[in-house]
Design a protein around this ligand. Sequence first.
Ligand SMILES: O=P(O)(O)OC[C@H]1O[C@H](O)[C@H](O)[C@@H](O)[C@@H]1O
Length: 562
Amino acid sequence: MPTDLLDELQLIQSDSTEIEERFYKDLEFGTGGMRGIIGAGTNRLNIYTVRRAAQGFAHYLSKKGETATQKGVAIAYDSRKYSREFACEMATLLAHTGIKVYLFPDIAPTPLLSFAIRHLQASAGLVLTASHNPPEYNGIKVYNQDGGQITEEDAQSIYAEIQAIGDPLILPAIAWSTDSADERIISIGNEVVEAYCQQVELLLHQRALIEENGDSLSIVYTPLHGTGVKVIPDLLKRVGFTRVQIVEEQATADPRFPTVKAPNPEEPEAFELALQLASEKQADLIMATDPDADRLGVLVKTGTKYEMVNGNQLGAMLLYYLLGQSAVKGRTIQNGLVLKTIVTSDLGEKIAESYGVETLQTLTGFKYIGEKIEECCSLGSRTFVFGYEESYGYLAGDFVRDKDAVQITVLVAEMALYYQQRGKDLFQVLEEIYSKFGYYREKLHSLTVAGKEGREQMEESIANLRKNPPEQIAGYAVSVVEDYELQIKKVMGTGQVEPLFFPKANVIKIILADGSWITVRPSGTEPKMKVYLSTNSPYNKEQAEEKMLLLQGALPDLIRFS
Ligand SMILES: O=P(O)(O)OC[C@H]1O[C@H](O)[C@H](O)[C@@H](O)[C@@H]1O
């Protein structure tokens, strides 16, 4: 047994609570794969639980047939503690089971793994990462052959295989060495990264403008100690953005994430060092990617200060820019398709509609967006335009099937430069969008659910809402209640009930007559109940904000939860 695990076990020998916590269950394996605290225990991520997951995954893949094992599995890892060790453990075990493995030789962004699966025509992919979680966490994300994250059915099959193995201590330890694993472990070469970068370049609309004026946009970028540093700075420079400053203190891949509370670009605190550098350099734009570089946070200089753009706002701006660029070039998008989740603002849909492009909604989670792209666009019947979620995940080029902060970083830089050349910063562009399509405001309330009791309270509170949906909220009439668990939508005025064509999920969306809404769901990744609010006004932001305050004020009555 590795000495660190032994030491840990010795330390907790007489601590029954700690023993219980670590051993009372196996780490769960869901649609997001497996995520947990690193350490000793069945409910922890360690070499044994990883080995067991690898063996279960190997069984699952083998059952798909010889083609699946021959096509192989692409594996990537981020900068977290043990990410590389766990990736090598999984690679070795899969190779010894007779499965071909493609392994990145160094840390790599998650979107690059999604691309590599498609490029190498592998049958699946794995990434060792815990995304933006705190340093004590790690995890395994699982991808299908399309390059999208697996959905429910596959997750259940893999979990069943993992559970069937039983005690992970019975699995043999296979020493890591490329020799022992023979030629079945192939190192992913730089040509894959190059092929990816070329695809990203093809997404750009303003190459000439960037080549000529790229140096007028000053950018500060931070990878927050993660994988983005491997690709993003070079890519920005290569396309012509020459004034890119990296936050040096955060440019090293450090599993402790020592300079931030959490490496999460949704949190304003994560931008502290980047802000200092930006003020010093008078930067126009600050961009931060999370450790596996699938999500992007942006701060924009507007007047004399920097303001954070939220996920709904950046998604709407990118869509407005991309559709606008196609229109300017006279390109008609045949059967275009925009994808967003049901908890993402409707502003994007309004923008798409004005360009004759349809928007489809999915449940929360980019895996559903990836799945829809495959379903609707892979045979060329529809043209994928853009997909996004409020939680800072965006995708413009479907050569990747998960959110991709690498391609979006380059596109945001292009968009900022394009508007800068027209005398506007991105917040002025946002004002332009609001004045055309309506003023939208969004808020997310996350309520922490402590332990089993908390979970029960949350379930009860959602069940109550399901049983007794309100007819009005803060004086506004409710027009529709969508219940994704019962898969029905009820029109309040007429009482008419229609089916909802989504997979089952414990989500309730209450829509007011003016299109404002409140949506409630349990988080799938953290012990939290999430309440999303969206308001709008066709006239001005004050009215949208006032509605937001009223809806927020009504929440305690609507969602009884202590
Ligand atoms: O279920 P939640 O905690 O709200 O998390 C939802 C998020 O989960 C993962 O991170 C997925 O990759 C995201 O696409 C999704 O938005």
